[in-house]
Ligand binder design. Structure first.
Ligand code: SAM
Length: 214
């Protein structure tokens, strides 16, 4: 992965402090939002977890949902290392493939029942989501499969806009993400022939936790 430019930036430098920073700004609220629809994942599912960071959600997924198999796809080697160390430390049982790479490493030969993207769609420009990222993940999701998204959504509320502006600038500087503003990812998913089944707002509407169905 090393030299390849990822549209979603490079989180290696920020990996050691990512969870601490998220906790400092949002407490446990971002984690709580990610738990919203985990109970919709059927037992024995094959799950693709994209951009799971240091692995907190992976641990929850394994203990709460008993998936048959999980592919943990991460572009940051530092994040991936932390996630695998966390599993070892916690002795969580499950079949997990830790894969260093991005969505282009996925083939239609490995279809998934469930795809999870926790705070990942917010990294990309809308045109990239539309033309590349969403079609790629759509193609590996089985018909009837679930796509659980938790992410920031565009907002008109002043303090939320200021906070989002600050976060985007921070990750432009530290991780090299390219966006200037949040994409309307809900619209992108809807135009990609996915149907929203369940939605819940968190953080006074700043974060959405959605279940989309192919
Ligand atoms: C904003 S962080 C969120 C981390 C974690 N989901 C959380 O909420 O704590 C985004 C994560 O997505 C990863 N990432 C970025 N682009 C990616 C891609 N194309 N495929 C897989 N992972 C990606 C980054 O390395 C980073 O760990």
């Amino acid at each position: 992965m090393g030299a390849k430019q990822n549209a979603g930036g490079n989180f290696n430098a920020v990996a050691p402090i990512y969870d601490f920073l998220a906790f400092l700004v949002f407490g446990r609220k971002l984690q709580q939002a990610q738990l919203t629809w985990l109970n919709r994942i059927p037992t024995g599912a094959t799950v693709l977890l994209v951009g799971g960071g240091t692995g907190w959600l992976l641990q929850q997924l394994l203990t709460r949902c008993q998936p048959k198999r999980v592919v943990y796809l991460e572009t940051s080697s530092q994040m991936l290392a932390r996630a695998s160390q966390r599993l070892l430390r916690q002795s969580v049982i499950g079949t997990v493939e830790f894969r260093l790479g991005d969505e282009t490493s996925l083939t239609d030969q490995e279809p998934f029942d469930v795809v999870l993207t926790p705070f990942v769609l917010d990294l990309f420009p809308e045109s990239f989501l539309q033309k590349s990222f969403v079609p790629r993940l759509y193609s590996v999701l089985k018909p009837g499969g679930l796509w659980l998204v938790t992410d920031f959504v565009p907002t008109t509320i002043g303090w939320q806009r200021a906070l989002l502006w600050t976060m985007i600038r921070f990750f432009r500087l530290t991780a090299g993400i390219k966006i200037q503003q949040l994409a309307n990812w809900q619209q992108v998913l809807a135009t990609a022939s996915l149907t929203v089944r369940e939605q819940r707002s968190h953080l006074k509407g700043m974060v959405a936790a959605d279940v989309w169905v192919r």
